[in-house]
Design a protein around this ligand. Sequence first.
Ligand code: SF4
Length: 688
Amino acid sequence: SVMRDERIKRTKTVCTYCGVGCSFDVWTKDRKILKVEPNIEAPANGISTCIKGKFGWDYVNSEERLTKPLIREGDAFREAEWEEALSLIANKFTEIKQKYGPDSLSFISSSKCTNEESYLMQKLARGVIGTNNVDNCSRYCQTPATVGLFRTVGYGGDAGSIKDIEMSDLVLIIGSNTSESHPVLSTRVKRSHKLRGQKLIVADLRKHEMADRSDVFIQPKAGTDFVWLSAVTKYIFDKGWADENFLRNHVNGRDEFAASLHMYTIEYAEQVTGIPAAELIKVAEMIYNAKTVSALWAMGVTQHSGGSDTSTAISNLLLVTGNYMKPGAGAYPLRGHNNVQGASDFGSMPDRLPGYERVADPAVRAKYEKVWGVPIPEQPGLNNHDMVEGIHAGTLKAMYVKGEEMGIVDSNINYVHEAYQKLDFFVVQDIFFSRTAQFADVVLPACPSLEKDGTFTNTERRIQRLYKALEPLGDSKPDWQIIMEIANRLGAGWNYSHPAEIMDEAAMLSPIYAGVSYERLEGYKSLQWPVAEDGTDQPLLYTKGFPFPDGKANLVPVAWTPPLVFSKEYDIHVNNGRLLEHFHEGNMTYKSKGITEKVPKVFLEVSPELADERGLQDGTLVRLSSPYGNVKVQCLVTDRVKGKEVYLPMNDSGDAAINLLTSSYADKDTDTPAYKEVSAKLEILSAE
Ligand code: SF4
């Protein structure tokens, strides 16, 4: 709405920084951001925000924003007009498609972009180029959780709302640095713990803030969560504490699953994980005694070679104890990016169309073919990981990446950079000239969330609208418009005049969005999918049963995959994760003055024991080397970590970028990189 001073505007938006999905009003005057004002109607956060949501916006006016398309000329780039850049892209895509076939091209959507933009990206890949080679960065974080849930309970989404986590009797947090990664959600848990006597169990390598506040903190050896989860589940069965009534009525596979746990005794788990038997028994007792349990997990679980299986084990444990189908219970994989949920929900996945319908299903394809008027390729496409391999193998020739800093956030980035150099044609669309853009042939200037309309879906499956607060800077354009212009130059004939029309199309095609429309999402209104045609949404995902033919969930037997260890000389385990103040590689937050003044760069957390042994102090500059590369970083001695465990925040895109160390090793079921399975040797470069 327009205020007295005509140039002062208040616009509702959704935070662009994490999956909690805080919404608020942003006050602007021309391009100046005056303030962020929380609104009591905001469904996920009410009047709360964290430092990033409140102060992390000046990147939109950064001098470094891209404002013109860029075209490579030799080793340099020159500015170009849209017409020239788009024609070049259309010509190159056509040429490569004709020469090598549609599967020689690939498309990456972004979890920072809107749902509508992810919808269009997969539509471009499938419906215009004719390939299922489309993925998004949830491949780097959350796909294993999604797969664990697909297998067991059927939907790849949180079982309830943040409110359910708040009203749980017991919250179990596994491999999630919740207070830094999902700040506003963590305050709900802290409040409930303090005021309602909610119990809190934390399992992590690192004694972070939630661990400090927990009732029981278990510190498993790296990569062993699967083992203690299985032992606790077995103990619950053995004691006769399983919810047999729930299993009988709602779950298949009980006996086979129970038998599969035979080797996971408490003694075995103690030996493998290093967690004392008494603590494991305490955990089992607490889960048994709680009326409702919510399990929260994140990348400490998923970014392992057995990430999907450990996610499955968490869901299995919840099923065995009857912790689904009731308020205050269930599985809550915490989605990282603001729209990591939506990017997958809207079909930017190589094997799923929007709403997770399978591309291999002829009936589903027929439905899309009818509306889009083109054949949909049947074979699932390449995921991010396969794409890098495909480029190295010479079969993948072109790539179009929007809003993803893959050249920093993918694992083993030296190897990824070598791949980029082999591409025949590379298009990068971003708001900044990213590290990835340095390898591009064409760079397209896109708009950040404040400059466009659309929707984001938060970790609770909650779809919320964001409204345009600012005009696009310079010649930049919203991502959806750019994708449409490329598609149309390839002959698609799309004519969306507003993202609302894209949502209408998705709602028509995908049953989980049947009742979604922009009118029903007006202002602070929101909907949690699946949404029935009459607009009824589902805050609690499983009420009557599970989305399988017989309505029953599955207990799925899985086995432990021990973590990768490099050879003995790499004796330091390098854990990694987020810092509260920064977002991912930092392309946005390092351009925010308020934030960088507080935390100008990352540091390496080392334990007092390791500091003693190696003579490290706060500020000592060290080099960590793995077989794949090395980083340089200053130390911070802290008892948050112990022994030879170190913690390197992932928020750096220079000399301390974690993915200079990581390997191409990945979760066997999803190809999600095993970012957490990194060891290194440490040497001192200088002492300060
Ligand atoms: Fe943004 Fe997440 Fe902070 Fe909320 S908790 S303000 S969504 S970064």
